[in-house]
Write a protein that binds this ligand. Structure first.
Ligand code: HEM
Length: 324
């Protein structure tokens, strides 16, 4: 029953839900969060393959309403990135759910329970039912996720380290992108490959010398002062509805240091040098953008006091033992 574990493989189906929380619902939300492990288990235990993975994230403004005392250092409202041509918009969001399973019925089943429990306290403002498309491709036709870190590297990229007061937690940024597939389809395969920075059929990365500076891969490859690549963990899914002709990529990036994801967004939308923006953005538009903190499982079961509540008698910060 992986809860708060975005690493590791889970199924091809994913539900992404963003809620805003009504004023006065703070206690109900705290109770809900404490009960989430049991709620999740009621669905996962009945599943034959037991691969339902659930993540809940808390937005900056809701955090301030729920908890007194220390706050994850990098938790703030998503910062809009306004480039000369394209903008990474910032949209509201108090609670975020990322549900993954090999069976869509499990995602639905848990999402329904979550919705029922939150009814009257919180409202869904964005909902996407994602799928893995053909052989791990996004709707642009390119394999997505190849350069993700794996194993211990993924855990290091995602989880706050043991010496952090919120150890085992993570930051997550989500954006819903809608694609103009007609315009993309008018590009030649060579032009599409130049936009991504990898080959389409075999998913081979271009040599640095051949990679256009405005390609998606070039702009999203970030190194520290020692030349080490700085990773985030992505778990994008495709989605779409035929009637409304809306389809695209739900971007989701987990990071222990959210400034890495934010730097990627700046490089994509502002461009390097400025104005030389990510070519993919000419065919894909961000319609949402939010940042959440994903607390550890221990935190959910041992939440700090509400603002205005008395300090615990033991004089501690009241955040319990926040290990992973
Ligand atoms: C329309 C939305 C997006 C699409 C369709 C998309 C698609 C892709 C594809 C096809 C790749 C190459 C294969 C791979 O390594 O996964 C890739 C790589 C990557 N993308 Fe995206 N992506 C999108 C948005 C984003 C955003 C918003 C970010 C960061 C904020 C991002 C960060 C990355 C990173 C870090 C890589 C790996 C670069 C490397 O090779 O080291 N992507 N993406």
């Amino acid at each position: 029953m992986p809860l708060q574990q975005p690493t590791g493989t889970a199924g091809a189906s994913a539900y992404f839900l963003v809620f805003t929380v009504r004023p006065g619902a703070e206690d109900a939300i705290r109770d809900f969060l404490a009960g989430l492990p049991d709620l999740t288990r009621s669905v996962s235990f009945r599943s034959p393959n037991q691969d339902l993975a659930t993540v809940v994230g808390i937005g900056s403004q809701l955090w301030d309403r729920l908890y007194a005392g220390p706050k994850p250092e990098q938790l703030h409202p998503f910062r809009e990135v306004r480039g000369a041509t394209h903008t990474a918009v910032s949209t509201p969001g108090d609670l975020f759910f990322h549900l993954r399973s090999s069976q869509q019925d499990q995602c639905f089943s848990l999402a329904k329970l979550i919705g029922d429990t939150l009814r009257g306290h919180a409202d869904v403002i964005d909902e996407v039912h994602g799928f893995r498309y053909l052989d791990e491709r996004d709707l642009l036709g390119f394999v997505d996720g190849t350069a993700n870190p794996e194993g211990a590297d993924a855990a290091a990229a995602v989880f706050l380290p043991a010496d952090d007061p919120f150890a085992g937690g993570s930051y997550v940024i989500v954006q819903k992108y809608l694609h103009d597939l007609d315009a993309w389809g008018r590009l030649s395969v060579a032009e599409q490959e130049a936009a991504i920075g990898r080959t389409k059929l075999e998913d081979l990365e271009f040599a640095d010398a051949d990679k256009p500076s405005n390609s998606h891969v070039a702009l999203n490859t970030i190194e520290d002062a020692n030349g080490n690549e700085r990773d985030i963990l992505r778990d994008n899914r495709s989605f779409g509805t035929i009637g409304t002709q809306e389809w695209g990529t739900y971007f989701i990036g987990y990071a222990a240091d959210v400034s890495i994801t934010e730097t990627m967004l700046e490089r994509m939308f502002l461009g390097v040098p400025e104005g030389n923006h990510d070519r993919v953005l000419d065919f894909s538009t961000a319609h949402t953008g939010s940042l959440f903190f994903v607390p550890s499982l221990d935190f959910l079961g041992n939440q700090p006091p509400r603002p205005g509540a008395e300090t615990p008698a033991d004089g501690s910060l009241g955040i319990g033992s926040l290990k992973q």
